[in-house]
Ligand binder design. Structure first.
Ligand code: GLU
Length: 430
């Protein structure tokens, strides 16, 4: 029997690292429960609880001032029984091995939920791109690809954007990989600019997927989206497009935030103005004086709360004070295990991250398919295919949660892990 896990406790003395190791630990606890509920033996859990492959690299980069800085990067591949592994690369000062491993497991789950022919992968580099020049970022991106080139490729492991990485960084990485292999390799990476083989609708895909989940969840809770109050934490790729889509649907976006603070107005915010003024890292609150903290924003009155920033935002400390009746997780890991229980007991409908944020990897898959066949689809075609995947995924998980009397997160893990478990079994691994 596993000891109860206090997800908001820092178990390691070195602060952040402890918290994110907990991210891996809490993921393992739910995997264990899901594997048991599905009737697999403990060996299956032993296989799935850790990535099959994880690489740590050191990347020397010549900085603009002439010095050389050595960056640490990671690439984790959770399980490649279903197919090549797939998942983003994040550039962030708080990246660490435990976090990247947990995120690669979540990618397996997302691909299982959306029924994509992939296992999960994830990468990260410890750096702060907000303090780096364009040239430094290019050299770091190319250095990372050289460092991990032996374990990645269009039929091995396919990277994509994640926190603080974008289509320009994907373009540099694709170019570096193509140079190394000496042939054009658009299928090496997704989230590329359109002109280099990117897909229509990739940039807005995560937000579109979240929007579909919000529509479905609101129906289940009998909430009319017209005039419903929405709070979105984070104004990056997912948060900013989501604010626009919600606004266009007639909902009232009453709160948004970035890494430095938050804005809240029960009458509704001027979304067009905010979208126009945000910088490429999603920063916009620096233009205002009446800002509140991110933590204050989460506890504000609203119908639907969307954490679209970073992990561990809703914890035992604040879960009791969350007012929303629906929480849709656009970020990876924003709610701890204990907070999930508290919200569940309060009757809050949680749409978990591995379901809500699946739109991104789904359109990444469409991009890779288009690259492989060399034939490109219209925006409408992509949007329609994405809608079908999201609606089916939501319904399957909702019905699983009802049928097994479990919360939506455990239901999502059960649906997500099944394909990887079956493929591992058929291959004779377990
Ligand atoms: N980084 C995104 C995620 O966490 C997208 C991954 C991908 O497109 O492969 O789902």
């Amino acid at each position: 029997m596993t000891a109860p896990f206090k997800s908001n406790q820092v178990q390691n003395p070195d602060g952040k690292q402890g918290e994110t190791l907990n991210l891996l630990r809490s993921t393992q606890l739910i995997i264990k429960e899901a594997v048991q509920k599905l009737g697999y033996k403990n060996e299956m859990y032993e296989l799935l609880k850790e990535p099959v492959r994880a690489l740590t690299v050191r990347i020397p980069v010549r900085m603009d001032n002439g010095t050389t800085k050595i960056f640490t990067g990671y690439r984790s591949q959770h399980n490649d029984a279903v197919g090549p592994t797939k998942g983003g690369v994040r550039f962030h000062p708080e990246v660490n091995e435990g976090e990247v491993k947990a995120l690669s497991i979540w990618m397996s789950l997302k691909c299982g939920i959306a029924n994509l022919p992939y296992g999960g992968g994830k990468g990260g580099i410890i750096c702060d791109p907000r303090d780096m020049s364009f040239g430094e970022l290019e050299r770091l991106s190319r250095g990372y690809v050289r460092a991990i080139s032996q374990i990645v490729g269009p039929t091995k492991d396919i990277p994509a954007p994640d926190v603080y990485t974008n289509s320009q960084i994907m373009a540099w990485m694709m170019d570096e990989y193509s140079c190394l292999r000496e042939f054009d390799s658009p299928g090496f990476i997704t989230g590329k600019p359109l002109v280099l083989g990117g897909s229509q609708g990739r940039e807005t895909a995560t937000a579109r997927g979240v929007t579909i989940c919000i529509e479905k969840a609101a129906k289940k809770k009998d909430i009319d989206l017209q005039g419903a109050g929405i709070v979105i934490q984070g104004f990056g790729n997912a948060g900013s497009f989501l604010a626009k889509f919600m606004h266009d649907l007639g909902a009232k976006v009453i709160g948004i935030s970035d890494a430095y603070g938050a804005l809240y107005d029960p009458e509704g915010l001027d979304i067009d103005y905010l979208l126009d003024r945000r910088d490429s890292f999603g920063t916009v609150t620096n233009l205002f004086t009446n800002i509140i903290t991110n933590q204050e924003l989460l506890e504000k009155e609203c119908d639907i709360l969307v954490p679209a920033a970073i992990a561990n935002q809703i914890t035992v400390q604040n879960a009791h004070r969350i007012k929303a009746s629906i929480v849709v997780e656009a970020a990876n890991g924003p709610t701890t295990l204990e907070a999930t229980k508290i919200l569940d007991e309060k009757g809050v409908l949680i749409v978990p991250d591995i379901l809500a944020s699946t739109g991104g990897v789904t359109v990444s898959y469409f991009e890779w398919v288009q690259n492989n066949q060399g034939y490109y689809w219209s925006e409408e075609e992509v949007a329609e295919k994405l809608r079908r995947v999201m609606v089916d995924s939501f319904e399957t998980i909702y019905q699983t949660s009802r049928a097994h009397q479990v919360d939506m997160r455990l239901a999502a893990y059960m649906v997500g892990i099944r394909k990887t478990a079956e493929a591992s079994h058929f291959r004779g691994w377990v």
